[in-house]
Design a protein around this ligand. Structure first.
Ligand SMILES: Cc1ncc(COP(=O)(O)O)c(C=O)c1O
Length: 367
């Protein structure tokens, strides 16, 4: 049995009539760049998260970049984050002219280790970005406590955590801003690029709205230099339809994760994803840890099991960040995880047989 890593066709097929009706409506109203479909989605996404404001933007990278710019991050500043994330997190920092400063991850959550945060703060620190990687939130309370003591805003990178919860509150609602990506493979994915910032701060919302709209609140009157960072009308319409299914899709992912956990529990040499007691993860990615990962992956792919690596090189060891002067050994947990992570197929439409097949083939490969 073949098990693809992701099956977006199966996810979209049951909604096809709704999509076609929505496309027609967008075309009939010629509401393509921003506009009513985006505004409607913003309202719905804010309500889903229990947050007053959502601002649709071009993608998750824009969301992070605009949030940092709106918070005043500028050249010469430092922003603290983790090396185990997608490069967009640090690109947003770099494109403000600021320097990414890394804190290692916690082996029990794969997210920012709060015990290591304080020593990374300097007089130049301007913000902190915990990343809710794989769909599990960072341990936010201690991070928010430290941030408060130093007067620093926390920007949550929730690009992989749509609907995940921390102590009963939605990811993205605890810091000054929460940033989301709607890249097609995400738990809430558009038909192309898309992103959003959520915030309860009306000033921040207004600044981000200006930044995404060439620095203008009124067409052709520009009070600052901004960017073209709007969300498309068609993406707004698609996201509204898919948002209605998100809670159910996340619950299905959790059930698959429980099945994987159970089936892999006794396989020596496989570490299943840790679940922190403080929250409810949404399994954007189900990553196990194995030794000789590349060999195991090769064997699984030969058996027809789609796999991924998120991510093979931690950011401090990427060529793009060579100028930071960091070497192997700087962040040992992130480095070890990067060598061992193996992402297994994870999407709502997986069948129990597919989950069993993946678990069995993984066990065979390890043996
Ligand atoms: C953790 C994380 N941050 C930021 C991003 C950037 O989002 P986008 O690809 O929509 O720009 C992504 C998406 O790939 C991500 O996974």
């Amino acid at each position: 049995m073949q098990v693809p890593f992701l099956d977006l066709k199966a996810h979209h097929q049951p909604l096809m009539d709704e999509f076609v009706a929505a496309f027609k409506e967008v075309v009939e109203r010629s509401a393509f760049a921003g506009g009513p479909f985006v505004e409607q989605f913003e309202k719905e996404f804010a309500a889903f998260n229990g947050c007053p404001h959502a601002i649709g933007v071009g993608n998750g990278t824009d969301a992070l970049w605009f949030a940092l710019l709106a918070l005043g991050v500028k050249p010469g500043d430092e922003v603290i984050t983790v090396p185990h994330t997608f490069i967009a997190t640090t690109e947003a920092i770099s494109f403000c002219g600021a320097k990414p400063v890394f804190v290692d991850i916690d082996e029990h959550t794969y997210t920012m280790n709060p015990a290591l945060l304080e020593r990374a703060i300097t007089p130049r620190t301007k913000a902190i970005i915990p990343v809710h990687i794989f769909g599990q939130t960072a341990d936010l309370d201690p991070i928010l406590d430290i941030a408060k003591r130093y007067g620093l805003p926390v920007v949550e990178d929730a690009c992989q955590a749509h609907g995940a919860e921390y102590k009963g509150r939605k990811a993205g609602t605890l810091g000054a801003a929460g940033c989301f990506s709607f890249y097609p493979g995400k738990n809430l994915g558009a038909f192309g690029e898309g992103g959003a910032v959520i915030t309860s701060d009306a000033d921040l919302k207004a600044k981000i709205q200006m930044l995404r709209e060439h620095g203008s609140a009124r067409k052709y009157y520009h009070s600052m230099v901004g960017w073209n960072g709007r969300l498309d009308g068609i993406q707004g319409a698609v996201l509204s339809i898919k948002l209605r299914k998100l809670a159910d899709s996340n619950a299905r992912r959790r059930r698959h994760a429980e099945a994987y956990d159970r089936l892999l529990a006794d396989i020596k040499g496989v570490v299943t994803p840790p679940v922190a007691a403080y929250g409810t993860p949404i399994y954007h990615i189900y990553a196990v840890r194995v030794k000789q990962r590349d060999e195991v992956l090769k064997k699984l792919v030969q058996k027809g099991i789609g796999c991924g690596i998120h991510y093979p090189v931690p950011l401090h060891l990427q060529d793009a960040y060579r100028d930071l002067g960091l070497s192997r050994g700087s962040f040992p947990v992130a480095e070890r995880c990067a060598e061992e992570f193996l992402s297994l197929p994870m999407y709502p439409e997986l069948s129990p047989e597919q989950v069993e097949t993946v678990a069995r083939e993984l066990a065979n490969c390890i043996a």
